[in-house]
Design a protein around this ligand. Structure first.
Ligand SMILES: [Zn+2]
Length: 280
């Protein structure tokens, strides 16, 4: 429903603008069934707080799409355990973009499980390597949470593939929310699936180097993928209705287009002043 989704975006914005709620750490599920979305697809974190969704695709070597922040580590490790896995069994973490809530836990993987590899698009790689706390939102949005530089094992570009066993993950560059946003497209149990991070449902901020023009093009690309399932970065379980997916992408397009129109009438500031005052 359009209204439900619009309300969802509003709630997401509210949730994402709030400082992280201290010790309220999300907990693992009670059993495997609770996290299974399809045979071979599990939502292993992002079930509480404002943590991003973390999906585990079980190929012979497991792949995570995003890994959340250190706040969600216990939930992530506990849910992997339900699948009979240790964090060290993960082969790749593919980040949908470089925001703290989507990839900060990579620093913990690299400290304790160094065999786990990390891939991110070129557009965001420099920010995570340098632990840019303004870009990653650790500073302005999450109120000074802990973070650390992360090593990048593979820099992704548009239309690259990450191949693990017989699974193929296609990288679709979808800049807009950040310069290095990607959608990860794959097929699981005969369904075309896209993991869209914050490209659908995410917010605009100059501090993220968001671009309304890039975002408009990216949303057209996502629409053209014509997937059966859409797994967004926050708040919702996978959406498995093509009509609903189309409407979600349309709703995001309307929000981005309206932002663009405001920017055009706001030259030369384009909202910079309010951005710079954020969090003060
Ligand atoms: Zn984000």
């Amino acid at each position: 429903m359009r209204t439900a989704f619009t309300a969802g975006i509003a709630i997401l914005l509210l949730v994402q603008t709030a400082a992280f709620a201290g010790d309220e750490r999300p907990q693992p599920a009670a059993d495997k069934k609770e996290i299974e979305k399809l045979p071979g697809l599990y939502k292993v974190a992002g079930r509480g707080g404002d943590e991003s969704a973390v999906y585990c695709v079980l190929t012979p070597e497991p792949v995570l799409i995003d890994c959340g922040s250190r706040v969600g580590w216990d939930q992530l490790a506990g849910n992997l355990k339900l699948l009979g896995l240790s964090p060290g069994d993960v082969r790749w973490v593919i980040a949908t973009h470089g925001h703290w809530d989507h990839m900060d836990a990579m620093a913990l993987f690299q400290k304790d499980f160094p065999s786990v590899k990390f891939a991110i698009h070129a557009g965001d790689a420099q920010f995570v390597i340098n632990d840019d706390r303004v870009f990653s939102c650790a500073e302005p949005l999450y109120d000074g949470v802990e973070s650390a530089p992360v090593k990048v094992d593979r820099v992704l570009l548009d239309n690259d593939t990450v191949n693990v066993g017989n699974a193929v993950f296609r990288i679709v560059h979808t800049p807009g929310h950040t310069p290095g946003c990607i959608v990860v497209a794959t097929e699981i149990a005969g369904k075309k699936i896209a993991f869209s991070g914050d490209s659908v449902g995410g917010y605009y901020s100059l501090l993220n180097r968001s671009s309304t023009i890039d975002w408009q093009s990216s949303l057209k690309k996502i629409q053209a993928l014509d997937v059966d399932w859409l797994c967004t970065g926050h708040g919702r379980d996978p959406v498995d209705s093509k009509d609903e997916i189309r409407e979600m992408i349309d709703t995001q397009m309307q929000a981005v287009t309206s932002k663009r129109k405001k920017q055009e009438s706001d030259e030369p500031y384009r909202g910079l002043e309010s951005e710079m005052n954020k969090g003060r």
